[in-house]
Design a protein around this ligand. Structure first.
Ligand code: CP
Length: 329
């Protein structure tokens, strides 16, 4: 009897955050329509982040890579919702989350209630209501996340939105470049190929210039946008420190039908002959997936100057840093 009264008076009743919506790890600034006050540490576009914050994510990713010491996020649950196909982004997030001890839920739209007409918003809102700690989302709509802001509690990490942004790809590109040259400022980067429809190009163009890098764009005129500086492919390749090749985004445009594979490769592809004309210490990047024999020659993919699989390795560490930032702030 006495013990019972004591317990009632002095013991803190543990709330179930799933029921109350009080997730203690988040600040409370934004109001949503259900009265949930949350300011999650989203990663939507690198243009939202200052230079110092970008550099600190790179530092953290480099530390994970060098030390093999990772954050412990046991007990946290990540949900990866990919509404567009992905290999590198989807599964490197998954590997990163697993390495940090998180439990991972992977959503596959084709086997979900979206087939019964459920909307994107209601699908994401449902996963948020399960009480997950981070949502990694890729979607074909530019800025799909606008509809979610203020309506979901969990932080959103953008795994790519339409032709808009691909923040973790740019971070892993920057990390790979910095590992090679020990700096970013002052380097010249050529982005070559289907720039108009590339979220990788858009994100890199903005952030690299902010970091003091020179960025030139080259490729078929139709694939560029007037806002970008254009340089002939051969000039761009022979004068840059970093040559970043892009695949043709056949899922977003039909301009590629103007070229045969051979024509495109000869005019704009990174051939072995062009690699020979690159600067001595220059490197080759490609966000992948790459099409061997189209924008890049088969033998160039793993040549001495290529850092394409180094990019894939770095993706795991960058995504660890992005998830840790989202979950712990
Ligand atoms: N680079 C990239 O985003 O690859 P995936 O489409 O395979 O994720």
């Amino acid at each position: 009897m006495v013990r019972g009264r004591f317990a009632q008076k002095n013991c803190r009743v543990l709330e179930n955050p799933l029921r109350t919506g009080n997730f203690p790890c988040y600040n409370t600034k934004l109001n949503n329509r259900e009265g949930v006050n949350i300011l999650p540490k989203n990663l939507l576009a690198l243009s939202d982040l200052g230079v110092q914050e970008i550099l600190s994510i790179l530092e953290e990713a480099q530390y994970f890579r060098d030390s093999g010491i990772f954050p412990h996020l046991e007990g946290k649950i990540a949900c990866n919702l990919f509404f567009e196909p992905s290999t590198r982004t989807q599964y490197s997030f998954c590997i990163a989350q697993n390495r940090m001890g998180m439990r991972v839920v992977s959503f596959h739209p084709e086997s979900s209630s979206m087939n019964k007409g459920e909307s994107f918003y209601d699908t994401v809102k449902t996963f948020d209501s399960f009480g997950v700690d981070a949502l990694v989302i890729r979607h074909q709509e530019n800025e799909y996340y606008r509809a979610l802001l203020g309506h979901v509690r969990a932080p959103i990490i953008n795994g790519g939105d339409g032709t808009g942004n691909h923040p973790t790809q740019s971070l892993l590109d920057l990390l790979t470049i910095r590992q090679e040259f020990g700096k970013l400022e002052g380097l010249k980067v050529a982005i070559i190929g289907d720039v108009r429809y590339s979220r990788v190009a858009r994100t890199n163009y903005e952030v690299m210039r902010r970091l003091g890098m020179e960025v030139v764009i080259a490729g078929p005129t139709d694939f560029l946008t007037p806002a970008y500086i254009d340089e002939p492919v051969d000039t761009a390749i022979s004068t840059s420190d970093v040559v970043m090749m892009l695949r043709i985004q056949k899922e977003r445009q039909t301009l590629w039908q103007r070229f045969t594979t051979e024509q495109y490769h000869a005019a704009y592809g990174l051939t072995a002959a062009r690699v020979k004309r690159m600067k001595k210490n220059a490197i080759i990047l490609h966000p992948a997936p790459f099409n061997r024999g189209v924008e890049i020659a088969d033998e160039v993919v793993e040549c001495e100057k290529s850092r394409i699989f180094r990019q894939v390795e770095n993706g795991v560490f960058v995504r660890m840093a992005a998830v840790r930032r989202a979950v712990e702030g």
